[in-house]
Design a binder for this molecule. Structure first.
Ligand code: UD1
Length: 415
């Protein structure tokens, strides 16, 4: 396992390029298998989760070709495979192949997925929805064995707007006779991006107020699509700058889907301006404490919770962060405390009493965004910090060391 070495205490200045969104790229790559054709996907982030998704596509007979940040997926010769634990254990989003395979091959065998250990993360909503669509699912040996020969469209009312479940249903619905309606659907920007891609390949997908309607497609077409900028990566660099001080330009960041994150940084005292092709961000002189609660879009994203907590450890008073999405997403707080932060955890609530400074330490990333938060914290302190568990961070950030170095921060990756 590699690690990051950060020499903190330097303000960040300059421009950072925001890459394509991980959470948009992953389901869109899965969706490439459903159209039996050529899919040209621009602005695809070069991160481990994307490489692993491409690996599954390749194992399933697709050809993958990279040209800079464009990936070309030819799925015309795709074939059924069983998706085993060796790969599903690496990322949770592998479960979206269940919908894609049930559609294209009328069957799927997918081992239960892994991913970040941030809570129980059940899959009951996915399973119940697919069953409602006529898919027979046998859950044995840590594996979902699906028979979709009797696939049918349905009206599905999700008990919770799960992002992954919404995306799984959208993919399988492209093959179900008639019209599938998902009520209480996830309407995160990344799900909307998948809807846009489906429309590109010829699947009529209409998104309304928490309702997504998908009609069966008879002829698919080739597609060319550009992945939306990563709102979480953009927010992460805002947090980096807020921790270290300085002023940066987030090139390609899209303010439209970052409302709650921008509001939080704004209330902290940051200066934020929107330009044609990005966002200008100036760190607060003194960080104003905040009360933040994570929630479904457009509320504050759970994927930004650790990074904002890193900033709030340095605020001039008491902040409260409530994690309402996942039960166990505060592992980073223990690591922040090792660096001198004052955080108390009480169930889903973290009470953060701001301290003047954090101290360099050796810490451990336990999940992707928590790991990013540890890098943010390390950037704030004078001296050398070590962040172990880089594998998590590489799942979702393309060359984070290069981006931070480009802003004048001192960080290196050691394998
Ligand atoms: C996606 C994102 C992840 C983000 C999360 C919440 C991708 C690849 N991942 O994950 O980065 O943190 O949305 O915004 O896009 N739930 C159930 N039963 C289910 C499914 C979910 O109870 O069948 C619960 C989960 O335990 C969790 C909540 O619903 O408490 C949200 O999960 P979900 O929206 O499904 O997240 P993911 O799709 O896994």
């Amino acid at each position: 396992m590699g690690r990051y070495i950060v020499y903190g205490g330097k303000k960040l200045f300059g421009t950072v390029d925001i890459h394509g969104s991980k959470n948009a790229a992953l389901p869109i790559l899965c969706a490439c298998i459903i159209n039996s054709g050529i899919n040209i996907i621009h602005n695809c982030p070069k991160i481990t989760d994307v490489f692993n998704t491409c690996k599954i596509l390749q194992m399933a007979g697709c050809t993958i070709k990279w040209e800079n940040s464009t990936v070309i997926v030819d799925s015309s010769k795709a074939k059924f495979i069983e998706i085993g634990e060796d790969i599903t254990s690496k990322m949770r989003s592998s479960i979206i192949f269940m919908g894609a395979f049930c559609g294209r091959f009328k069957k799927a065998v997918v081992s239960k997925p892994g991913g970040c250990k941030i809570g129980k993360r059940p899959l009951d909503i996915h399973i119940e929805a697919l069953k409602n669509m006529g898919v027979v699912i046998d859950e044995s040996n840590n594996c979902f064995v699906c028979d979709a020969k009797k696939l049918k469209s349905a009206e599905i009312n999700l008990r919770f707007p799960s992002v992954g479940a919404t995306e799984n249903i959208m993919l399988v619905a492209a093959f179900a006779d008639g019209k599938t309606v998902i009520k209480n659907a996830a309407v995160e920007p990344e799900t909307m991006a998948l809807a846009e891609f489906l429309n590109q390949i010829g699947v009529n997908t209409v998104c309304g107020d928490n309702v997504i309607t998908i009609c069966k497609k008879c002829d698919f077409c080739n597609a060319e699509y550009s992945i939306i900028p990563d709102r979480i990566e953009a927010g992460t660099f805002m947090a980096a700058c807020a921790c270290s001080g300085g002023e940066i330009f987030l090139k390609n960041a899209d303010a439209h889907n970052m409302g709650s994150v921008i509001d939080a940084f704004d209330s902290m005292g940051s200066k934020i301006e929107f330009c044609g092709n990005g966002i200008y961000f100036k760190a607060p002189d003194s960080i104003i404490p905040q009360n933040i609660k994570t929630g479904i879009y457009p509320n504050f994203p759970t994927d930004m919770q650790p990074q904002i907590m890193a900033v709030l450890t340095l605020a001039r008073g008491k902040s409260v962060v409530i994690e309402s999405m996942f039960e166990n997403r505060f592992n980073h707080a223990i690591e922040f405390n090792k660096m001198g932060a004052n955080i108390e955890i009480d169930g889903k609530m973290a009470i953060i009493k701001g301290v003047k400074e954090l101290y360099p330490k050796e810490t451990m990333a336990f999940d992707l965004r928590g790991g990013a938060g540890l890098i943010m914290a390390a950037l704030s302190c004078n001296g050398m910090s070590i962040i172990n568990g880089s594998t998590y961070i590489k799942r979702g950030y393309e060359n984070i060391e290069k981006s931070i170095s480009g802003l004048g921060g001192i960080i290196k990756y050691e394998n």
